[in-house]
Design a protein around this ligand. Structure first.
Ligand code: NAD
Ligand code: 89V
Length: 362
């Protein structure tokens, strides 16, 4: 069972401002806070970070005067409709469980968990408490990816039978997020998770995956190149490939490129968000536009736009009782692909997703 609905209070008081609190004031949290100030009908009334310097700097920058270094204290002291967790993965389970036990709806950044066991426990805690849970899996909310989703849903190229979702870059992610260089796992867990989620969003759930990984950059611990072959439940085949070791004439970070072949044509998401659709009637190319948000900056605009879109979606969900597109239950399927990809890369075998989920009792 998935559907968790917000309290009747939230649904009945459509005009009342929803009260949120942010936990984690690090590198990415600024995007959450900027987006919250643009989403209608919501206010961030308190923030929390265990690092008091970061907390103070964020409070000053965003003019938020209710600050806490302890999330439990904040949840006890504030009247909240939801918490937005923008900490790194290690703290996700205790914080999600804390919110669930307090009966508060919760958003949690990706990667939701480092193990399927932790993810299952968080989903269970929110189900048991009857609180909505959304994983902040934002890449599928990028305007260009949504435009591709609409084109495929309208059968613009007939029935898709083959696809490629590709992210290749040499952008230095480690300067903003130094912890990414430290983990035994890197690109699939941090970035591939988004790209696998896009493959699921566009082509449906997956029943088998094969993966191969390598590390090119000698100064990091984890893999920085991964190539994955997916068989979808629909019968479609897709390739999901990602690399942070790819030097191109034009650095494309953070663009995801797409190729989709269908029974009536082909679709390509080319560099600079150009969407090309070719059928026997001809070829069209449009540049997908981004919303005008005052706080976005190159090269992050597509990601920043997706943060705004997913957070606006969350508020819609709280108001209407709709289940978030990237609910905890939904994200278990994406996390299973991450787990299965590492397993496949290590064992050099294809991994059946149904068997993995069964083994983990999901
Ligand atoms: P960060 O380390 O810069 O910031 C995390 C902050 O959380 C730190 O300030 C830390 O002090 C605080 N924190 C940790 N545990 C806490 C706790 N228990 N209570 C209160 N505060 C706590 O990390 P980041 O780069 O901002 O990444 C945060 C999350 O966002 C990660 O999971 C990362 O994968 C994700 N992220 C997502 C995107 C995206 O596009 N979706 C982009 C970047 C990062
Ligand atoms: O989206 C993310 O999680 C980021 C980045 C795009 C830089 O990989 O870590």
């Amino acid at each position: 069972m998935d559907p968790k609905t917000p309290s009747t209070d939230m649904m009945n008081s459509a005009n009342e401002m929803l009260r949120g609190a942010l936990i984690g004031c690090g590198f990415f949290a600024k995007n959450h806070l900027h987006a919250w100030s643009d989403v209608a009908g919501v206010g961030i009334v308190a923030i929390c970070d265990s690092d008091s310097e970061r907390l103070k700097a964020t409070a000053n920058e965003f003019g938020i005067d209710r600050t806490y270094t302890d999330a439990a204290e904040m949840i006890d002291s504030e009247r909240l409709d939801f918490v937005d967790i923008a900490t790194t993965v290690r703290s996700h389970r205790p914080l999600v469980e804390l919110a669930a036990h307090a009966g508060i709806a919760v958003i949690c950044q990706k990667p939701f968990a480092s193990t399927l066991q932790d993810a299952k426990a968080m989903v269970h805690a929110c189900d048991k408490a009857d609180v909505p849970l959304m994983v902040h899996e934002n890449f599928r909310w990028q305007p260009a990816i949504q435009a591709v989703g609409r084109a495929l849903a309208s059968h613009a190229i007939g029935t898709p039978y083959w696809g490629r979702v590709s992210f290749r870059s040499a952008f230095d992610v480690f300067s903003g997020q130094p912890y990414l260089a430290e983990g035994a796992r890197f690109i699939i867990e941090d970035l591939g998770i988004h790209i696998l989620d896009i493959a699921r969003f566009l082509f449906g759930n997956v029943d088998q995956i094969t993966a191969s990984t390598t590390r090119v950059n000698p100064s990091i611990k984890g893999e920085d190149v991964a190539t994955m072959l997916l068989r979808h439940e629909s019968g479609m085949t897709s390739i999901v490939d990602c690399s942070y070791a790819t030097h191109l004439p034009q650095e494309l970070f953070p663009q995801t490129l797409l190729e989709v072949d269908g029974t009536a044509g082909s679709l390509r998401l080319l560099s600079d968000y150009r969407l090309q659709i070719h059928t026997r009637d001809g070829t069209s190319v449009e540049t997908v536009s981004m919303p005008a948000l005052s706080w976005t900056s190159r090269p992050w605009q597509a990601i920043q736009s997706s943060v705004y879109a997913i957070q606006a979606h969350w508020i819609d969900c709280l108001r209407t009782g709709q289940k978030p597109a990237t609910s905890g239950h939904d994200n278990l399927q994406t996390l299973a692909l991450v787990e299965a990809a590492y397993d496949s890369a290590q064992t050099r075998r294809a991994v059946e997703i149904a068997s993995l989920l069964k083994a983990k009792q999901i």
